[in-house]
Design a protein around this ligand. Structure first.
Ligand SMILES: C[S@@+](CC[C@H](N)C(=O)[O-])C[C@H]1O[C@@H](n2cnc3c(N)ncnc32)[C@H](O)[C@@H]1O
Length: 477
């Protein structure tokens, strides 16, 4: 139980009741839960306090940094009773300031326990259903240096210097330099350091998100866990990239397995690592990855799950949960480079995949060829337009539809269009429990019942979690 404001110990500013709690007050609170997003949740006489870096079971003295009508946010001043699951020395020196892997202070076993709980709570809280089977979470076989793709941002630091790193938490206009990252393979640490040195040597300026002027925007680095090769995609505003040949050659000389580089333009306003136009390439800026015996070509623009080893477990489970029999007609909606589609095709299913990134569809077709798989059709279209084409291509009703949308989930038209296809079984793969639960509601409203839920951890040391849900259309009559 939390101690109320009246019981604050001497030496801390007193808060007589929760209405009087102010910014900078220090409160003593017991952490009862973890919110999606990773913050510890405590209560003071029912008033919710979200505490950064506090773990369930801990008693902490926490300083209020934001106060709203029905909740406050706080940072730990002192851990008065630590959790037995607290990791006393998180391995990354940037822990606490980076905002990236905020659960480094929590044992991996407990991360899994809480991720499982968050999936169940979110689906049950936002959705209406309670009676579905939840399978034990599948952990990641690799817990450090597991990411095959990193996106770094160019920006200015507190001294106004152009740097390459991550956003300062809560600041769209401020970036701090990242010297290395424990989530990326070692060759990408070297690539990062070399690129930072190149930017300094040439005095290049980072894009300014306030004025939308200046040059350097994002660096996307990808690495194949299968071949050990790496590529760099440098995204800029309009301008000229100086000595680009030398940059690529420098990478080839210093980064083991460096395979290629692309310089690409993005002039839009959003702060995303997007490729609008390819400007120049060196070597082969694409990778080969093998998962569950299937080989995939992945071009610079194609999506691929960022944790290759855990993705192998995810895809195997998707196929099992979809209960695919030979000859089944399957739609892989949001198919990327065809990873789920080709796993299903191996079971003898006839597949249609729909995806809006043209380059990913080219990869998907090439990937079918590479693996000697027939009976697959890949269509490049936004989902709301692609579904009619998919239906025609299938030549009959789909018996299974697998959906794997981006974090934001599906837009209304895509949701409606997919539900109207009327497949008896849907399998929804999601990296965001909140948008998953929202989308599931619409399926529920249209007669689908959640049968099984499988959490899979693709993102150790972060609060992120992947979930697979199987839904079945209720029998009529
Ligand atoms: C989470 S990824 C899944 C890709 C693939 N299933 C995999 O596991 O590799 C989501 C994919 O949806 C695509 N996408 C996003 N919005 C889309 C839309 N409106 N229509 C079609 N595809 C879309 C993205 O380009 C991306 O490839």
């Amino acid at each position: 139980m939390a101690r109320s404001g009246r019981q604050q110990s001497k030496g801390f500013r007193r808060a007589m009741n929760t209405k009087q709690i102010c910014r900078n007050d220090v409160v003593h609170v017991e952490i009862e839960d973890l919110a999606y997003g990773g913050l510890g949740v405590g209560k003071l006489d029912g008033f919710v306090v979200f505490v950064e870096q506090a773990l369930p079971g801990e008693l902490v003295a926490a300083r209020i940094i934001k106060k709203k009508a029905n909740h406050a946010q706080a940072v730990v001043e002192k851990i008065e009773r630590p959790s037995p699951f607290r990791v006393s020395a998180p391995p990354c020196p940037l822990f606490g300031s980076c905002g990236g892997c905020t659960w480094q202070n929590f044992t991996y076993d407990q991360q899994l326990v809480w991720k499982q709980k968050q999936v169940i709570d979110t689906i049950a809280h936002i959705g209406r259903q309670r009676d579905f089977e939840v399978m034990p979470i599948i952990g990641s076989p690799v817990q450090w240096r597991y990411r095959n793709k990193m996106e770094f941002t160019f920006g200015v630091d507190g001294d106004g210097q152009s740097v390459l790193g991550f956003h300062v938490p809560g600041r769209y206009d401020r970036v701090f330099e990242v010297p290395a990252c424990l989530l990326q393979p070692e060759p990408l640490d070297i690539m990062l350091a070399e690129l930072q040195a190149y930017v300094r040597e040439h005095g290049l300026e980072a894009y300014d998100p306030r004025t939308h002027k200046k040059f350097l925007r994002h660096a996307m680095m990808r690495h194949s866990r299968t071949t050990g090769e790496s590529i760099l995609i440098l995204i800029t505003n309009t301008g000229e990239l100086p000595e680009k040949e030398q940059l690529a050659e420098r990478m080839a000389a210093r980064v083991p397995g460096f395979k290629g580089m692309m310089w690409a333009l993005y002039t839009g306003m959003s702060d995303v690592a997007r490729i609008e136009k390819e400007m120049w390439r060196w070597g082969e800026p694409e990778l080969i990855e093998t998962v569950n015996g299937l080989t995939f070509r992945i071009s610079a623009q194609s999506f691929f799950q960022t944790n290759t080893e855990a993705a192998a477990l995810l895809y195997a489970r998707v196929v099992e949960m979809a209960q695919i029999e030979p000859g089944e007609r399957v739609l892989d909606a949001f198919c990327g480079a065809g990873s789920i589609a080709l796993h299903c095709a191996k079971q003898g299913a006839c597949i249609v995949g729909v995806e809006m990134i043209r380059e990913a569809i080219w990869d998907a077709r090439e990937n079918a060829r590479r693996n000697g798989i027939d009976g697959v059709t890949f269509l490049a279209a936004p989902m709301d337009e692609g579904l009619a084409l998919a239906k025609n291509a299938a030549g009959g009703e789909f018996s299974r539809i697998i959906i794997d949308p981006p974090r934001g989930g599906m837009d209304k038209r895509s949701r409606r269009g997919l539900i109207e296809l009327g497949a008896p079984v849907f399998v929804y793969v999601s990296c965001n429990p909140a948008t998953l639960a929202r989308d599931l509601l619409e399926f529920e409203d249209n007669g689908y019942k959640i049968e099984a839920v499988q959490p899979v951890d693709l993102f150790p040391h972060t609060y992120h979690i992947e979930t697979i849900v199987r839904m079945r259309r209720a029998q009529e009559g």
